[in-house]
Design a protein around this ligand. Structure first.
Ligand code: ADP
Ligand code: F6P
Length: 464
C-alpha cells in the first residue's frame, strides 16, 4: 500500500497570495506555485500590527486545499524584527553590502523573540508527522525554537537570498549564534553552489566544524545537510498567462506607447540590490555612444515600492527619479521620452504581456539570490520573435541561464554594449539563445524545486 503523504507546513514572513493579485516578491510567488499543487498549511505574519502581539488574533483562511494561518506583530516587533534586524542588518549583509548594514542589540533581541513566539504558536498546530519547511532570512532561529518546544519531526529551511562569504558574514555580532541555531534544521537549501559553499566555509572556518560526505556539515554534535536547489517558476502557467486576454491587452498597450520602437523593460522591487541606478546609467551610455538609438528605443522600469520606511530605500527612490529626470531632460524629444518609471503593481497576467512586448529585459542586480523575473521573461516570450535577456553575472539565475547576455552590472560600458548587441541581434540568434533558456526554465520549475527539496527532507531520519 502506498505510504500516506505527510502534511506540508510552510512558514514564511509573507504569506500568500495564492491568487493573481499583483504583489511583488519572489518568495511568495515561488511558494504559492508549490502550495497550489500539494496543499497543506502556510503559516506566517498577517502583514498587520496589533497592540498586544502575544494575544494577536490568529486567522485561518482556506484557498483550494491550503490553509493559511497568520498572526499579527506588535509595532515594536515590526520595527525590531522586520525593519531592524531582518532588513537593516541581514538583508544588506547577505547581499554583500557591509557598507549599508547596521547592527544593534535591541533588534537582535527582538528578532530572536519573534522567532520564538512564532515557533511556539506553530508548535500547537503541528505534529511530528508533518514536514515543516521554514523560509528565508526572517526565520533563522525558528527551527531551533521549534525543537525547544518539543517538535521531533523533520524541519527544512530554504534561504531565498544569497549567503555571503564568511569574511563578510562574521561582521554580524551574533553570526556564531545564528549559524549554530541553523544547524537545528535537517536540510538547508540554498539557491546556488556559491551560497552553499559560503555557508559551509562559515561552519568550518568560524565554528570549527567539518564537511562530511553527502553534502552534510557538522558543528559540535549537530549535523545538517546543505544543498543547492535553485527555485523555479510555474513556467507552463506563466506561458499561458502570456496568452491571456489581459496579457494581450497589456502587450498591445506597451507596443502602442512605444510606437513600435524597441522596448526595453526592467521589473524589480525598488531595492538597492537590484542595480537600478547602474542600469539606468548603462541606458544613458547607450544613448551617448550610439546616437542611432536615440528615438528608437524606450526603457520602461516597473519598480514597485518596497520597504519605504527604511532610509536606504527612500533615498534610492529619490536618486532614481532624479536620474531618470536628468536622462529624460537630456535626450527627450517632443515625440519621445526615453525612460518611464512606474511604481505600481501589476497582475501576473499583465506583467506577462509587458514582458512579451519587450525586445530586451534587463535583469542586472548587484547581487540576487535567484531572480524570478529573469525566468518569467523567458517563459513569456513569443517563439516566433523572442526577446533578449540581459542578465547580471551576480544573479543566482546566471548559473542556469548562460545563454542570456551576461554582464557585470557595475560596468556602465558593459551594460550599454550588451543593450546594443541585444537591440541588433538577428532573429536566428535570439531564437537559438531563447530555446536553450526556455528548456532550462521549463525543466527547473517551482514544482521540481519543491519536490527535490521535500524528497531530500523526507530522506533524513526523524530527530531522536
Ligand atoms: P525579489 O524576491 O527580490 O523581489 P524576484 O525577481 O525573485 O525578486 O521576484 C520578484 C517577483 O515579484 C516576480 O515574480 C515578479 O513578477 C513580481 N513582481 C515584480 N514587480 C512586480 C509588480 N510591479 N507587480 C506585480 N508583481 C511584481
Ligand atoms: O525573496 C526575498 C524577499 O525578501 C522575500 O522574502 C520577500 O517576500 C520579498 O523579497 C519582498 O520583500 P518584503 O517581504 O520585505 O516586502
Amino acid at each position: 500500500m502506498a505510504e500516506k503523504q505527510r502534511r506540508l507546513v510552510v512558514v514564511s514572513n509573507r504569506v500568500g497570495p495564492l491568487k493573481d493579485e499583483g504583489k511583488a516578491g519572489g518568495l511568495a510567488v515561488g511558494l504559492a506555485d508549490a502550495l497550489r499543487r500539494r496543499g497543506g498549511l502556510w503559516f506566517g505574519w498577517s502583514g498587520e500590527t496589533s497592540e498586544d502581539g502575544t494575544d494577536s488574533p490568529e486567522q485561518t483562511e482556506i484557498y483550494d486545499h491550503t490553509a493559511m494561518t497568520t498572526i499579527d506583530m506588535t509595532e515594536e516587533e515590526l520595527d525590531g524584527f522586520y525593519l531592524g534586524y531582518a532588513n537593516r542588518s541581514l538583508w544588506p549583509l547577505l547581499h554583500y553590502r557591509l557598507d549599508l548594514a547596521e547592527f544593534d542589540d535591541q533588534s537582535d533581541r527582538i528578532y530572536r523573540r519573534v522567532n520564538r513566539r512564532f515557533a511556539e504558536r506553530l508548535s500547537a498546530l503541528v505534529d511530528d508527522e508533518d514536514l515543516v519547511w521554514i523560509h528565508d532570512y526572517h526565520f533563522f532561529y525558528f527551527g531551533d525554537e521549534l525543537r525547544r518546544c518539543g517538535f521531533k519531526g523533520r524541519i527544512g529551511f530554504f534561504l531565498h537570498i544569497p549567503f555571503c562569504p564568511p569574511e563578510v558574514f562574521s561582521a554580524l555580532p551574533s553570526s556564531h549564534d545564528l549559524v549554530k541555531a541553523m544547524l537545528a534544521y535537517d536540510v538547508i537549501g540554498f539557491q546556488t553552489e556559491t551560497d552553499r559553499r559560503n555557508f559551509c566555509a562559515f561552519c568550518v572556518h568560524e565554528l570549527g566544524g567539518e564537511e562530511l560526505d553527502g553534502g552534510r556539515v557538522r558543528v559540535g554534535d549537530r549535523t545538517t545537510i546543505a544543498a543547492a536547489i535553485p527555485i523555479g517558476i510555474d513556467a507552463e502557467g506563466f506561458a499561458r498567462f502570456a496568452l491571456s486576454a489581459e496579457a494581450v491587452e497589456h502587450e498591445e498597450m506597451v507596443r502602442d506607447i512605444s510606437r513600435h520602437r524597441h522596448q526595453i523593460v526592467g521589473v524589480d522591487r525598488m531595492d538597492y540590490s537590484k542595480g537600478l541606478v547602474q542600469r539606468m546609467k548603462g541606458f544613458e551610455r547607450l544613448l551617448e555612444n550610439h546616437p542611432g538609438e536615440r528615438g528608437n528605443v524606450q526603457f520602461l522600469q516597473v519598480a514597485p515600492l518596497s520597504r519605504s520606511e527604511l532610509n536606504a530605500y527612500a533615498e534610492l527612490r529619490d536618486e532614481l527619479e532624479q536620474l531618470a529626470g536628468r536622462i529624460n531632460g537630456r535626450f527627450a524629444r517632443l515625440d519621445w521620452t526615453p525612460i518611464q518609471i512606474m511604481t505600481r503593481g501589476f497582475t501576473r497576467r499583465a506583467l506577462a504581456g509587458i514582458y512579451r512586448a519587450a525586445r530586451v529585459c534587463m535583469v542586472t542586480p548587484l547581487r540576487d539570490g535567484m531572480n524570478l523575473v529573469a525566468k518569467e521573461y523567458v517563459a513569456a516570450q513569443n517563439p516566433d520573435d523572442p526577446g533578449v535577456l540581459i542578465l547580471s553575472r551576480f544573479a543566482g539565475a546566471r548559473a542556469e541561464l548562460e545563454d542570456a547576455l551576461i554582464v557585470n552590472p557595475f560596468s556602465t560600458d558593459e551594460i550599454a554594449e550588451a543593450l546594443e548587441t541585444a537591440l541588433t541581434m538577428p532573429l536566428e540568434e535570439r531564437q537559438r539563445r531563447w530555446e536553450r533558456m526556455r528548456e532550462r526554465v521549463f525543466t527547473g520549475t517551482a514544482e521540481a524545486w519543491c519536490n527535490e527539496f521535500l524528497d531530500l527532507l523526507e530522506s533524513v531520519p526523524d530527530a531522536a
